[in-house]
Design a protein around this ligand. Structure first.
Ligand SMILES: [Zn+2]
Length: 437
C-alpha cells in the first residue's frame, strides 16, 4: 500500500487548479454547470496530500450523461459512484496528453448532493477559521505519522474532527451520521474514494493537541495496549495515564472496551472517577472523565470495569456471533444490516423477504448444541499492525471481529430467541440470556 504523505500547503495548487478549470470550461462549453476546487488543497494554509479534488456540479441526469461522454472523449474512464449516490468518479492514465496539471480526483456531482454539501460546508468552515485549519493540519500530520500505511484508520481518525466542523456549520445530524458510517473502517468502500478529502506531507514538528487528545504520547505509535483482547476476563488493572487534555485522558494499557462492532462500551472507573464516555479514535481510545478530575500524565491509576455487565455483553455478543453464522448457513443470501449488543439483550437484523419465524426452532436447537459442546473459541490477530482480529471455533466458523470474546461456547449459557419484523424485507432476532445463568 502507498504511504500516506501530508505536505504543507502549496500556493502552486491554486494555479494547477486554474489550468484544470480552463480545460474543463472549454470542454463543457454551452453546458450549464459549475466547476469547483474542493478538498484540502482548496484551503489556504491547510496541509494536504498533493492531489487536487475537483467537483463538476450538474443539475440533472441528462447533463450528467453529456458530461460523462465528454470526459470519456478526452481520455477519462468513468468508474461509477463508488458507493456514493449522486457522485460519479473518474480515472485517467498518467500518459494522457490532454491532462497537463497535477494529479487529481475528479467527480461529477449532482447539485444538492449530501457529499457535495459536506465538501462545501467543510471548505467554508476552514476558509473562515484559521484555528480550525491549524487543528486539522496537526491532526492530519499526526495521523499520517501514526498510520503511514493504513488509509482506513487515517480517514476514520479524521472523521470526528470533520463532523465537529460540520456540526458547527449547522449540518443536519442525520447527514453527519451517514458521513461517520461511510468513513468507518471496515466498511466495504474503496478508501481512495471515501467521502473525505485528499489526504495529507510534512508539517512543522511540534507536539500537537487536537480536540481532546494530546498527541505527544502517541508519537512512535505508543498506542494504549488493549488488554481486553489478550485477557477479556480482567476486572481491574493498574496502569498509568498516558495523556491528559481537559476532561479526556488516554491510558498506557486498558481493559475498558470502547463501542465497536455493535458492542456497547464498558462502564467503570479510572482512579475512582466514573468514565463518562469511551471512544475509539483510530487505534487510540479516549476516556472522558468528569471535568474536575485532577489526574496528571504519568500518574499511576487503577482502572475498573463493571464486570457483571461486561460478562453479559460478552455472552450476548458471542450468542449473536453464533446465531449470525447459523443464519448465513441456513438462509443463503441473507444479509446482516445491523447489530446491537446491550447488557440485557442483543439484536441482529437481516434483509430477508419472508418471515424467519419457521427457522427459529432449528436455529435455537443448533445454538444450544454448540453451547452444550462447550467448544474452544480462539481469538487472535489476523493483522496485528492494523489491529484486525478474528474468532474461530474449529469446524464451525472463522469470523473477523474486534470485540471481546469468551473462551468457550459453554459460557454463553441458556438463551431465548424472539423474531420481530421491523419493516419490509427486514427481520430481527432478539436474543435474551436465560434466567438460570
Ligand atoms: Zn465478535
Amino acid at each position: 500500500m502507498k504511504e500516506i504523505i501530508v505536505e504543507n500547503y502549496n500556493p502552486e495548487w491554486k494555479n494547477e487548479y486554474k489550468k484544470a478549470k480552463l480545460f474543463y470550461e472549454r470542454l463543457f462549453t454551452g453546458i450549464d454547470l459549475e466547476i469547483v476546487h474542493v478538498g484540502s488543497t482548496s484551503v489556504e494554509g491547510l496541509c494536504a496530500k498533493p492531489i487536487l479534488d475537483i467537483d463538476i456540479i450538474i443539475g440533472n441526469n441528462h447533463e450528467r450523461d453529456i458530461v460523462i461522454k465528454l470526459l470519456k472523449s478526452v481520455g477519462y474512464s468513468h468508474i461509477g459512484n463508488m458507493g456514493i449516490e449522486g457522485r460519479e468518479a473518474f480515472e485517467y492514465s498518467e500518459e494522457n496528453p490532454n491532462i497537463r496539471w497535477m494529479k487529481h480526483n475528479l467527480y461529477v456531482c449532482m447539485k444538492g448532493n449530501d457529499n457535495l454539501k459536506n465538501h462545501l460546508l467543510l471548505q467554508k468552515h476552514l476558509r473562515n477559521d484559521k484555528e480550525a485549519v491549524e487543528k486539522y493540519s496537526l491532526l492530519k500530520y499526526e495521523l499520517a505519522k501514526i498510520y503511514p500505511n493504513d488509509i482506513d484508520s487515517y480517514v476514520e481518525g479524521k472523521t470526528e474532527l470533520i463532523t465537529q466542523f460540520l456540526k458547527a456549520e449547522g449540518m443536519d445530524t442525520k447527514v453527519l451520521h451517514r458521513i461517520k458510517s461511510i468513513n468507518k473502517k471496515d466498511s466495504e468502500k474503496d478508501p481512495s474514494h471515501s467521502s473525505e478529502y485528499a489526504v495529507p506531507l510534512h508539517f512543522r514538528d511540534k507536539p500537537a493537541t487536537c480536540w481532546g487528545v494530546s498527541f505527544k504520547k502517541l508519537k512512535g505509535c505508543k498506542m494504549t495496549k488493549k488488554i481486553f483482547w489478550e485477557n477479556p476476563y480482567l476486572k481491574s488493572i493498574e496502569t498509568r495515564i498516558a495523556s491528559v487534555n481537559g476532561s479526556n485522558v488516554t491510558v498506557e494499557e486498558t481493559i475498558f472496551f470502547a463501542f465497536s462492532g455493535g458492542q456497547e462500551s464498558d462502564t467503570g472507573t479510572i482512579a475512582g472517577y466514573p468514565v463518562i464516555e469511551a471512544a475509539k479514535f483510530g487505534k487510540e481510545i479516549k476516556y472522558t472523565l468528569p471535568g474536575d478530575h485532577n489526574l496528571k500524565e504519568g500518574e499511576s491509576i487503577t482502572m475498573k470495569i463493571d464486570w457483571e455487565r461486561r460478562y453479559k455483553l460478552m455472552r450476548l455478543h458471542f450468542a449473536a456471533e453464533l446465531i449470525l453464522e447459523l443464519m448465513y448457513k441456513k438462509l443463503k443470501g441473507s444479509d446482516k444490516i445491523g447489530a446491537h449488543i446491550a447488557k440485557d439483550k442483543a439484536r441482529i437484523d437481516f434483509r430477508w423477504n419472508e418471515s424467519i419465524a419457521p427457522f427459529l426452532p432449528e436455529i435455537t436447537s443448533e445454538v444450544e448444541s454448540i453451547v452444550q459442546k462447550n467448544l474452544e473459541i480462539n481469538s487472535t490477530f489476523s493483522d496485528e499492525i492494523n489491529e484486525k482480529r478474528f474468532w474461530e471455533v474449529v469446524g464451525f466458523a472463522k469470523v473477523p471481529c474486534g470485540g471481546t470474546h469468551l473462551k468457550r461456547t459453554g459460557e454463553v449459557g441458556k438463551l431465548k430467541l424472539k423474531r420481530k419484523n421491523i419493516g419490509k424485507c427486514k427481520e430481527r432476532i432478539v436474543i435474551y440470556l436465560g434466567s438460570e445463568s
